[in-house]
Design a binder for this molecule. Sequence first.
Ligand SMILES: Cc1cc2nc3c(=O)[nH]c(=O)nc-3n(C[C@H](O)[C@H](O)[C@H](O)COP(=O)(O)O)c2cc1C
Length: 254
Amino acid sequence: MKTVEETLLKRTSVRRYQYDKIPAETLDFIYRAIANTPTSYNGQQFSVIAIDDQAIKEELYAITNQKQIKTCATLLMFCADYHKIDVLARKKGIDNPHFENTLDGVMVGIIDAALAMQNAVVAAQAAGLGSCCVGYARTANPEKIAEILHLPQGTFVVCALTLGIPRESPDLKPKQPLSLVVHHNHYRTDDMSADLEQYDHTISEYNRHRSGTTTENDWCGHILDYYRMALDYDMEGYLNKQGCKLPFTPKKKE
Ligand SMILES: Cc1cc2nc3c(=O)[nH]c(=O)nc-3n(C[C@H](O)[C@H](O)[C@H](O)COP(=O)(O)O)c2cc1C
């Protein structure tokens, strides 16, 4: 097992994997790390669907166009989950206030699932595996993915995580300096544009010189392009179909 420092500070996303399966005891360690996630109210408002069936991986690849989904050894789909508590409440005859119909309820489910995913990332990294989060598993045709996974009402996909034995070791990506990440006692009130411009420049240089495919992307423009694309996602409509009846107006499909 790697040290905590090595695990946390040397981690990169890994998108290429060897064909080998993940040993059962390593998967068991990752699953136990997932199960021990801190969660709001200890409500454990999440579930994970572990997929090793190649046909299902191929189906999900066809939707997401993310190659690591079909080449990984195990694909974990992290879902927010208010179905389990509903099953038990019904069984015990307790009235369910349906927290999932509120924005905070949806946020709680997303936070729990995201923390569970991060536990899996750390456990996998410590055990020498590679991983990559795949957000397209949430945004690319969520209704079809809900159908493939047989997701019941009160559950929705938050993110996927691909796992496998690494076949690449990508360069560490430069992250924002601590002066931008950690604010002391209150949010920074000085002008932070110089630090941001410096970071933008660092990313441009990294993209120009990194190993593998190089690009001319800066940080700011590239991220804003992602945001522009994301404006088209109809998450509200998807949540509504999955039984989270938030008070909003779903977008109409053209
Ligand atoms: C919520 C989330 C969704 C992501 N979705 C994708 C994705 O769909 N495809 C992909 O290749 N990488 C995806 N990533 C990986 C990021 O691109 C990656 O973490 C980021 O570029 C930083 O690189 P690093 O992980 O190597 O530090 C995602 C990461 C997170 C946390």
